[in-house]
Design a protein around this ligand. Sequence first.
Ligand SMILES: Cc1cc2nc3c(=O)[nH]c(=O)nc-3n(C[C@H](O)[C@H](O)[C@H](O)COP(=O)(O)O)c2cc1C
Length: 182
Amino acid sequence: MKKIKLENQPFGPFPAALAGAMVEDKPNYVMAGAVGCVCLDPVLYVSLKSTHYTTAGVKENGYFSINIPSVDLLPQADFCGLVSGKDTDKSKLFHSFFDEAGNAPMIEECPMNFLCKVFQRVTVRGFDVFYGEIVAAYATESKMCANKPDVEKISPFIMIGAEYCSVDQVVGKAFSAGKSLL
Ligand SMILES: Cc1cc2nc3c(=O)[nH]c(=O)nc-3n(C[C@H](O)[C@H](O)[C@H](O)COP(=O)(O)O)c2cc1C
């Protein structure tokens, strides 16, 4: 198989998520591809540029939210990556809701929401990487099937290079599809 060498740049796929924090007493949301699961303990991380408006709010409150947008929210999600809360009020873009477990806003319109309590912060090349324990998680009832979030209904999207791509199909079962090779 012939391999072509690429630039040393992350290309993806990365999840498209909206990280939320309270900043100056208002909800603020930022588009983030640098989001993921650290362990099932349950810990998520988000890596935010230290100068972002959202970053100040996560540092101040010690909480952030991770909200998974559906494809139909793509323009609003991208908007959150184009403008900063420093210049534009993004608090009215979505309906925000809260959980008593911590002070970070979550997005009602997003089918999945995770509220995380920061327990560690590491700075890497101008970014703050926040590690947060999930203290509350929500799914929209109509996007669930048999009591579980349903990927076809949630219709999340990912980013690859400079493009957003849909992910709306189950293609296999985890811890099972590889059994044929055991
Ligand atoms: C597709 C996409 C992915 C992005 N991923 C990240 C990311 O993972 N971390 C980050 O710090 N900024 C990321 N950004 C940039 C921020 O979303 C952007 O600078 C935003 O305006 C900052 O908002 P704030 O100042 O209100 O926090 C991304 C932007 C886009 C469009």
